[in-house]
Design a protein around this ligand. Structure first.
Ligand code: ADP
Ligand code: MG
Length: 383
């Protein structure tokens, strides 16, 4: 972190911070658009994240300040369940709210947040601020929640209080992340396995296309519906709850029942992407990063051509990476149509990569992308 949060807290509140916490953001390494098809995702926590300093107060209020936003918020404890428009403090307010509803005693507290995750770019700054708040409260008030309970609280905040119909991956990844490990997660059953990711001479480059994600929501719903159509047609021949119950081989035996080419493409992506997650876990277990990189490229191709959720900005980044000698794999990550791409970049080439990618991207797209270098980091901690 390039700022001193303790000092900032003292400046803002004229008293000492009682405790400081860190919570990461996340990327999904592979397994895209398959969580709602019973497939596996493979997210990891990143070393970009949200810092939170807190101190108790005696006046039964909750004060929220963020170094990322000008507008602060002061909430009386008896109006916690009211949402304040689009105010960022709705995230921490929602968390306190959920815990109080759950019968916990939470008394006045002053908060100061700072995040170095690009906000609104698909790296889950929202899950990060939710889990940061939940983790801090759980620790400070000794509430006795386990990690999965914190994840579920944060998800309820995002779904019911913020009003975003998202799955559990983000909160899960942020809370369960471990250094140099990816999480292979079934978002339906919440069964998961940790996989070692020894990046060795590589780092994770995260490239924010800086393109607003305006299409993402409607297209997301459209893809969900298309997958349901494929599932329905396959069920004329074989009983299935999810597309990902089939691997590519079994899918090939039944895919003839899908008559529409677009629907067939969507289902083909889903089934093969899920196979790729299994192959990726195997590659990582065997320490074969090159193979993992190839699977990242294959995932991107499939999202671009079969699932059609990429776009010229994400494609420009991945096309550049393919031609750049010191990258062994790259793909869009998240819902698509903008947001971020990730790449496995050889250490020592960070500056060279950023310079050449920026030139290429600006020439093609007209404005710069933002490049972040990250490692695979751990979950929430007290500092
Ligand atoms: P993403 O999760 O992809 O970054 P979202 O739109 O889901 O994007 O969440 C971003 C919102 O989360 C911000 O607009 C803000 O309300 C809140 N947020 C995230 N990080 C911070 C922070 N450091 N300080 C205050 N609010 C934050
Ligand atoms: Mg979010």
């Amino acid at each position: 972190m390039n700022i001193n949060l303790e000092e900032k807290f003292a400046e803002q509140y004229d008293k000492k911070a009682h405790a400081i916490y860190f919570t990461p953001g996340r990327v999904n390494l592979i397994g895209e658009h398959i969580d709602y098809n019973g497939g596996l995702v493979m997210p990891c926590a990143i070393t970009l994240g949200t810092w939170l300093a807190i101190a108790p107060n005696q006046d039964h209020k909750f004060r929220f300040k963020s170094l990322n936003f000008e507008n602060e918020s002061i909430v009386e404890s008896n109006v916690l369940n009211e949402k304040d428009g689009n105010h960022w403090a709705n995230y921490p307010v929602g968390v306190i709210n959920e815990m109080i509803k759950d019968g916990k005693e939470i008394t006045g507290l002053d908060f100061l947040f700072y995040g170095n995750i690009p906000i609104g770019s698909g790296l889950s700054s929202s899950a990060s601020i939710e889990i940061a708040t939940a983790y801090a409260l759980n620790t400070h008030f000794n509430l006795g929640y386990d990690k999965l309970e914190l994840v579920k609280i944060a998800k309820r905040v995002e779904n019911d209080f913020i009003g975003l119909n998202s799955g559990i991956m983000d909160q899960f990844a942020v809370a369960f992340g471990e250094k140099n490990k990816a999480i292979v997660l079934d978002c339906e059953t919440l069964k998961y396995k940790m996989v070692d990711v020894e990046l060795g001479k590589y780092v994770l480059a995260i490239i924010n296309t800086n393109k607003p994600r305006e299409l993402a929501d409607s297209k997301y719903n459209e893809r969900v519906a298309e997958c349901q159509t494929a599932l329905k047609q396959l069920n004329e021949e074989i009983t299935l709850h999810y597309l990902c119950e089939l691997n590519a081989e079994k899918f090939a035996l039944h895919s003839h029942v899908i008559t529409d080419e677009v629907i067939l493409n969507r289902a083909t992506h889903v089934v093969k992407e899920n196979d790729r997650v299994h192959l990726a876990a195997k590659a990582l277990n065997g320490g074969n990063l090159e193979e993992f990189g190839r699977l990242m490229y294959a995932s991107h191709e499939s999202l671009r051509n079969l699932y059609e959720v990429s776009g010229k900005e994400l494609d420009a980044v991945v096309d550049f990476c393919k031609d750049y000698e010191h990258v062994i794999g790259a793909r869009m990550t998240g819902a698509g149509f903008g947001g971020c791409a990730i790449a496995l970049l050889e250490k020592g080439f960070e500056e060279d990569f950023a310079k050449h990618l920026t030139d290429y991207y600006v020439a093609k797209i007209g404005y710069p992308a933002a490049i972040y270098i990250s490692e695979i980091g751990g979950g929430p901690t007290s500092l």
